[in-house]
Design a protein. Structure first.
Length: 155
């Protein structure tokens, strides 16, 4: 924005010699906005706003957080921003729950493993243990013959 200031004659002057000298003003130089803020010139006026990533109003722009207690219970302060601390924390197949700003990793029901590395389904045996026990007892009672018995007293 340019402002024009006329020159003033102090002695006898010739009015035809008046020149208008342009004066350049820059309302954002130096910036009146304060730290962590930016200045934009709009219609010759300085308009201040916080820089991206900062909140508040100039001249009191500040980061979103410095410590996790400034965030919600299910968030943690990371790089001056309140964020969910779970992404990238737990292993494959694990679940993550945030408790008091901290990620807690665990394997879901019917899964086992190290929740920081991998959770896998718990394998089921093909034959329940009680069936195996009954078959063993029947063999001891010689009610079920041994398939691989080669001795003469086996029946």
């Amino acid at each position: 924005m340019h402002y024009f200031i006329p020159r003033v004659c102090t002695n006898s002057c010739d009015h035809s010699s008046f020149n208008i000298a342009p004066v350049v003003t820059q309302p954002c130089n130096p910036s009146p906005c304060g730290p962590n803020s930016q200045c934009h010139e709009i219609n010759g006026q300085a308009v201040c706003s916080c820089v991206p990533g900062f909140i508040g109003s100039p001249p009191a722009c500040r980061p979103e957080c410095i410590v996790s207690s400034e965030c919600g219970q299910n968030e943690a302060c990371s790089n001056q921003k309140c964020r969910n601390p779970c992404p990238g924390t737990c292993g494959v197949g694990a679940r993550c729950e945030v408790v008091n700003h901290n990620p807690i990793c665990s394997c879901p029901p019917r899964f086992t493993g190290d929740p920081f590395i991998r959770c896998q389904p718990i394998r089921k045996t093909h034959e329940p243990k009680h069936i195996t026990f009954i078959v063993t007892l029947l063999r001891l009672e010689r009610l079920i013959p041994y398939a691989d018995c080669n001795c003469s007293h086996c029946s």
